[in-house]
Design a protein around this ligand. Structure first.
Ligand code: 4AD
Ligand code: MG
Length: 434
């Protein structure tokens, strides 16, 4: 039987009761009532009830229907009927059936713990929770890319195998590259900086790798990093890009993925303040003051971690920036503040509700001498950065950029407890399966 298939969603949205349709998918639930078998058929668009009635079936015997179980894959031709007891109020009365694959008892029945579900991630990804999250992630990525392209940013494709560190050696993954060591990219930033000299405004979406030693709710060893870099942009200019992009992504998600957000139990009201820009800005100095007032013992000059970030987010109902960090806690490429050489023109964007950093960025040091000295001070080898230094020798320009962790953004928008669910195949220390 070869038929033009329609999606489950179309059974509700496009066709009238009484139409004959052919739908395909997987059995989400199956049960017997009276002499009939009821199955909830799932495809990417939703769930529809199918009724198997011995007297109505044409091309298959009853026994092959009785052998169906959860996650069997089937195609069903039948007439759409109204049924108030069925999900969505409609069902399909099966007249013809194609059985693509039977399934042994499915290893997920509900109530399993997370470690177990990670071990069978390849099957757990069929769940309605994960499907909703993947769709939200899709919409966020689409919105970010759409914003960039519409606003004249060129997409570029930097490499993943690199010769040098961007974000410090402690989280660098070393790989054997023929007979020499190379590294998995932590950030495309340095390559993007090269490309602004021909394209002015560039962006890329790539995997970034961090050998994070500890396992936390918000760190992955491999994540999808959206980075932008703009010639002639100062820190304030690029912060404006950050807030415009984030608010656009939130708006699109609220418009297009409301059903999925609600399925996940996300309180969408809490996302609404993020539609308003500009986002609040505080300096690192002000952040330290707030933290001390809240009882944290922290000195000016110290870096802060997840607990401190969480405390800061309690002060805001929307994303907010922290700017002007002490030079010694930030990367070598950040531009020194001309008015205050002990701080850099760097910023983080923190998401509210305890989520914390989703973007890190800065204006870049554009003076050859200052950058060279920072490389030396940080104990890095200037030889490794010769090409990067060349950018300051041949026609240096003021420029700025940032990196956005797409799983961090998804995690906050979808209201997830853990970053692992913001990506289909999460990797962190000790886990690379599947
Ligand atoms: O703050 P980070 O380290 O900044 C950079 O890599 C810059 N070179 C980016 C740039 O300016 N082009 O990382 C940027 C963002 C963080 O704000 C966070 O959202 C995300 O990347 N991120 C991680 N996401 C998941 N797991 C990890 N281990 C992450 N480390 C950083
Ligand atoms: Mg950062």
């Amino acid at each position: 039987m070869r038929e033009e298939a329609v999606s489950v969603n179309e059974v509700f949205e496009r066709y009238d009761v009484g139409s004959e349709v052919f739908v395909r998918g997987w059995i989400h639930r199956i049960f017997k009532v009276g002499g009939k078998i009821f199955a909830w058929l799932r495809d990417s668009s939703g769930i529809v009830q199918v009724v198997f009635d011995k007297g109505v079936l044409n091309n298959v015997d009853w026994e092959s229907i009785e052998r169906l179980s959860r996650e069997s894959s089937i195609g069903v031709k039948g007439v759409i009927r109204e049924d108030p007891r069925a999900p969505g109020g409609r069902e399909i009365l099966a007249s013809n059936v194609v059985i693509y694959g039977y399934a042994p008892p499915f290893p997920i029945r509900g109530g399993e713990d997370i470690e177990y579900l990670l071990d069978i991630r390849h099957l757990w990804l069929r769940s309605r929770q994960m499907t909703a999250i993947l769709k939200i992630r899709h919409t966020i990525l689409q919105a970010l890319k759409e914003w960039l392209v519409r606003n004249g940013w060129w997409e570029v494709t930097p490499p993943i195998l690199t010769g040098s560190a961007v974000e410090g050696g402690s989280t660098l993954f070393e790989v054997k590259y023929f007979d020499k060591p190379a590294y998995l990219s932590q950030s495309a930033q340095l390559y993007l900086e090269v490309l602004i000299y021909s394209l002015d405004k560039v962006w890329s979406l790539t995997p970034s790798f961090r050998a994070e030693k500890s396992r936390t709710r918000r760190h992955l060893s491999e994540y999808w990093h959206l980075e932008i870099e703009g010639a002639w942009y100062d820190m304030e200019d690029v912060m404006k890009v950050a807030e415009d992009m984030v608010s656009y992504a939130v708006r699109k998600t609220l418009e297009e993925r409301r059903k999925e957000l609600e399925f996940l139990g996300r309180d969408v009201k809490k996302l609404e303040p993020a539609l308003q820009t500009p986002y609040p800005r505080i300096t690192y100095d002000e952040a330290i003051e707030i933290l001390r007032r809240k009882g944290f013992k922290i000195e000016w000059g110290e870096d802060y971690g997840a607990d401190e970030e969480k405390a800061l987010t309690e002060e805001f109902d929307r994303p907010f920036f922290v700017t002007h960090f002490p030079k010694k806690i930030k990367a070598f490429y950040m531009k020194e503040d001309p008015n205050r050489p002990e701080v850099v023109l760097g910023f983080d964007l923190l998401a509210p509700e305890g989520y914390g950093e989703i973007i890190g960025g800065s204006q870049r040091e554009d003076s050859y001498e200052k950058l060279y000295n920072r490389i030396i001070q940080e104990g890095l080898n200037p030889k490794d950065y010769e090409w990067y230094l060349d950018l300051r020798r041949y026609g240096t320009v003021p420029h700025s950029g940032f990196g956005l962790g797409t799983e961090r953004l998804t995690m906050w928008v979808a209201g997830l407890e853990h970053i692992r669910d913001a990506i289909p195949f999460p990797r962190w220390r000790g886990r690379i399966y599947p």
